[in-house]
Ligand binder design. Structure first.
Ligand SMILES: Nc1nc2c(c(=O)[nH]1)N[C@H]1C(S)=C(S)[C@@H](COP(=O)(O)O)O[C@H]1N2
Ligand SMILES: [Mo]
Length: 370
């Protein structure tokens, strides 16, 4: 059974936060989740707009952000290729440009909602953002290098260094994609974010943007792309970003599970009258288009369809709206549930897993009507 998550003060409509009754200014900064290295999530009050401003785009760094001198930076493409590429920043800028809006969610988003709790970055729900990315098609680059016989995976290596385990030697953050996935024409190597050069924390000068995948696939600060003839088994491929439920072997994470969130009303908001309210939010899935979003005010007994009338693009979240009329004065819990075109819907209960990934259970907000 799903219960109200409100504090007693919220349930009584007596919270003192002025946000509950007054217009709220746009928050100016990320919520710090960790500082060494920096990890920050988008403040929930800022998850209203379709594109996330760069300054409010969540940041997830495993190691210190590398300082990169652009004159010495190179992108090497090697391994099982017909030729080795060694490209300067200008070489990359001279290739055909592609721009694409993409929603990216960290696999650890909403980890705080798991019960019993798990360790890891304490994301509340703000580790999801959308930007317009501009760069070059990865497929163009792979075509130039030419895949050699036997190549099965492509490894992406960042310039950030660290030891994943306390006693280990430092190594770069790296992840692989199957060659077939890497060759998809929408895989992007981005050098601009919302029309600006990539900010340092988001991978300057060049990052992968793997649309539809959880964020870990989109390797930042790229320096090397290698084609290999065997499955890659690095730490961030085998030991992290796997779904370990305790039943059977851990499953590697790939595409974002279907999910939705409320932009308004805000959790705990107080309304002075029992009049129709505008309810709105965002919904996304890495597996395809959003087919429907429904809302419920009776803990999932009955559901009403929301309107899918807002902005969306192939790989972005979709805006949804609904009008909800409170049945009476008092305390209410609203829930939203999205379903994608494959028929996958958000579960009512979060699926617990050891590392706290892919948490996509139905979310709720509480409102008080006087
Ligand atoms: N080189 C490198 N790439 C990386 C990471 C990293 O720590 N180092 N973090 C990954 C994770 S887990 C996520 S969720 C996204 C976050 O991208 P952002 O910080 O631009 O939001 O980058 C991915 N790419
Ligand atoms: Mo992540």
């Amino acid at each position: 059974m799903v219960r109200c998550r409100c504090t007693p003060a919220e349930a009584a409509g007596v919270t003192r936060d002025p946000w509950h009754t007054q217009p709220h200014p746009q928050p100016a900064a990320l919520v710090t989740i960790d500082s060494e290295p920096f990890v920050g999530e988008t403040p929930l009050a800022a998850i209203q707009s379709w594109l996330t401003p760069n300054s409010l785009y969540y940041a997830r760094n495993h190691y210190e952000t590398p300082a990169i001198d652009i004159s010495g930076w190179r992108l090497v493409v090697d391994g099982h290729t017909s030729s080795v590429l060694d490209l300067t920043y200008n070489d990359v800028l001279e290739m055909p440009r592609r721009a694409m809006p993409v929603t990216m969610e960290c696999a650890g988003n909403n980890r705080m909602d798991l019960d019993p709790p798990v360790s890891g970055n304490r994301f509340q729900g703000g580790a999801v953002s959308t930007a317009l990315w501009t760069g070059v098609s990865l497929a163009d680059l792979l075509d130039r290098a030419g895949a050699g016989p036997g190549a099965v995976e492509v490894v992406f290596e960042g310039a950030d260094l660290g030891s994943p385990e306390p006693s280990g030697a430092p190594s770069p953050y790296a992840r692989s994609l199957p060659l077939e996935a890497a060759r998809h024409p929408d895989m992007l190597l981005a050098y601009e974010m919302n029309g600006e050069p990539l900010p340092e924390d988001h991978g300057y000068p060049l990052r992968l943007v793997a649309p539809g995948w959880y964020g870990m696939a989109s390797v930042k600060w790229l320096t090397r792309i290698s084609l290999i003839d065997h499955p890659y088994e690095g730490f961030f491929q085998k030991e992290r970003y796997v779904l370990d439920t305790g039943h059977g072997p851990p499953e590697p994470l790939a595409r974002m599970l279907v999910k939705s969130l409320f932009s308004r009303p805000r959790h705990g908001q107080v309304f002075e009258r029992c009049a129709p309210l505008e309810v709105a939010g965002l919904a996304w899935s890495g597996a395809g288009e959003i087919a429907d979003v429904e809302i419920s005010d009776d803990f999932g007994e009955t559901w009403t369809c929301a309107n899918l009338d807002g902005l969306f693009h192939d790989y972005t979240w979709r805006q949804w709206t609904a009008v909800w009329t409170p049945p009476c004065a008092g305390h209410h819990t609203l829930m939203a549930r999205a379903r994608d075109e494959n028929g996958d819907a958000q579960p009512m209960k979060n699926r617990w897993n050891r590392l706290g990934y892919a948490v996509n259970g139905v979310q709720s907000v509480c409102v008080n009507v006087r």
